[in-house]
Design a protein around this ligand. Structure first.
Ligand SMILES: O=C([S-])c1cc(C(=O)S)c[n+]([C@@H]2O[C@H](COP(=O)(O)O)[C@@H](O)[C@H]2O)c1
Ligand code: NI
Length: 410
């Protein structure tokens, strides 16, 4: 299966209409975007594009023009209902709802009000709905399956808004930036709340351009044209040439053939090596010279732990030597998330490739403990945990649900 990854370059900043312009420039169909926006807010927005230049570079400007100066009053709650009840394609609807929830959480925090009471400035609400629904529809139209983004430039100084003069980054932008690498990168407001909410919700990780073979590049223009500082957002779309977010890791493999150790000692040795930081430690049965049954001890480890692990092997086994080879590891991105099962928190180990789940396994020790506590067979509790995880979208082949994405320190 060919997967398509989109990498967002917000090193000159990002706003909702800039990202929309970039995706349209990369080949998303304007009709698909228009029709998604019409589905949610009929006859409220006129959307068109034009080729412009920003600091001498060609870019596509998405013009998102409200058709009314007096749209209905919109709160976070009413926008959620509007999107929820709309006939948008399911992935577009789910993503747009998640983006607005993130935006509303940031606004609620900085204005110190309940999330459902957040209201979006009347005209701004229309713009924002069009930008968010437009971007999600454009991604769907392009068939994008995973997204990452680089560090984001936020700007500096002050910006004039409907709420008066705000410092840059605007408070909601600063709130949305928690846990994502950002920097000033220039003067003025380079990143808006809607632009950053889109990146924070849709992008799985922050990274430099991952290994992909580009098939489309889109450049979206901001409103101002400032000399020497192109006011643009870029997207580079392509097929991952490796796992998009995980470079290979250098590893050492330590090995020894041993034919004279009391076999009862092996479990303790393997466990000691794992506790000391080995990525893996295992035995394979072998037949040595003179027909002697024996074992090869294999220990995989990051290079900086090799000396300590070799000391353990020499100390706890009877070997007279250790072979050491350098190997390359291609790890999948993995992390632990949790689900609630009968009031107990169960860890789920999740691995992803190109943004899709390849493994989602409940931690078996916790399953066994819960099974014991409830007097049930382990396989019943295991099946319940797998089903609970699947109900929350943690299913092999699915995109990772936003609420289960790892935080920056996971
Ligand atoms: O309308 C409100 S409450 C508002 C709050 C904030 C905060 O940071 S709080 C910022 N702004 C400014 O509005 C414009 C439009 O932003 P979009 O994301 O809707 O494009 C932008 O200049 C924000 O800094 C408004
Ligand atoms: Ni605000």
């Amino acid at each position: 299966m060919n997967t398509l990854h989109a990498w967002i370059d917000a090193s000159s900043g990002v706003a909702g209409d800039m990202l929309l312009g970039a995706l349209l420039d990369a080949g998303a169909h304007l009709d698909a975007v228009r029709s998604a926006i019409e589905t949610v807010i009929p006859e409220s927005i006129h959307i068109s594009t034009s080729t412009v230049h920003r600091a001498g570079l060609r870019a596509l400007k998405a013009h998102v023009r409200p058709l009314t100066q007096q749209p209905p009053h919109r709160t976070a709650r009413s926008i959620h209902a509007l999107l929820h009840n709309s006939a948008l394609a399911e992935p577009v609807r789910a993503q747009a709802i998640a983006v607005f929830a993130r935006l509303a959480a940031a606004e609620a925090h900085v204005h110190d009000i309940p999330q459902e009471n957040v209201h979006f400035h009347e005209i701004g609400a229309l713009d924002s709905i069009a930008d968010v629904v437009g971007v999600c529809a454009a991604l769907h139209d392009l068939g994008i399956q995973s997204i990452s983004a680089g560090d984001v430039a936020l700007g500096s100084g002050h910006v004039r808004t409907a709420h008066g003069h705000l410092p840059v980054p605007a408070p909601a932008v600063a709130e949305l930036a928690r846990g994502w690498p950002v920097y000033a990168g220039g003067t003025g407001e380079l990143t808006t709340p809607t632009g950053l909410a889109l990146i924070r919700t849709l992008a799985l990780t922050c990274e430099d351009l991952p290994p992909i073979t580009p098939t489309a590049i889109g450049i979206g223009a901001g409103t101002r044209d400032t000399p020497n500082a192109p006011n643009i957002t870029r997207v580079i779309i392509g097929q991952p040439t490796q796992n998009p977010s995980r470079p290979t890791e250098p590893c050492l493999l330590l090995e020894a053939n041993i034919d004279d150790l009391d076999p009862r000692l092996w479990p303790g040795i393997l466990s000691h090596l794992l506790h000391a930081g080995a990525s893996d430690a295992w035995l394979t049965p072998i037949l040595m010279k003179k027909g002697r049954p024996a074992h090869t001890l294999h220990t995989l480890c990051p290079p900086h732990l090799a000396t300590g692990l070799k000391t353990i092997i020499f100390h706890e086994t009877s070997t007279l030597g250790i072979r050491q080879t350098t190997v390359t590891k291609h790890p999948l991105e993995r992390f632990i998330t949790t689900v609630d099962l009968h009031g107990t928190t169960i860890d789920i180990k999740v691995a992803t490739a190109a943004g899709r789940i390849t493994q989602a396994n409940p931690e078996f020790d916790q399953i066994a403990e819960l099974a014991r506590a409830r007097g049930l067979p382990e396989r019943t509790v295991l099946a319940e945990a797998v089903q609970t995880a699947a109900d929350e979208g943690l299913m092999v082949g699915h995109l990772l649900p936003p609420e289960h994405r790892p935080g920056p320190s996971d």
